[in-house]
Design a protein. Sequence first.
Length: 132
Amino acid sequence: TSRNAFNLVSANRTIDRIFFHINEHYKKIPLTLDINDKFALSGKAAAILQGASVVPVNQIVLVTNDDFLMSVIRDVIPNEIANKGVLKFKDRTVIYFDGFIVEFWKVERTLTIVIAGGIYSQLISEIPSELL
């Protein structure tokens, strides 16, 4: 993200590292695809960047509709970045860190992505209520 989107400096650094590792693995596939069309910030943080009321955020939610990207998230990211624990479900992966968690959700629909505060984010009207 290279911007301080989250209150915890460690959260910003962790998200930056996650994006770095995802980009490195995504470059390995033969097709030239733009990751920004397939991966976005969601949840409260995305809503706040789009004008919702500011509230403390300790749950960072990222969404993708890309199977390869989700496999990298599920199988690679937990091994590349030190964490406190990982839960893997069919449609999401949750990684625990000191003071915050990062959730990755696999969605089946096309993502409508906007740039809010310089960060690729899921359009606020499409963020599922359970993530707000």
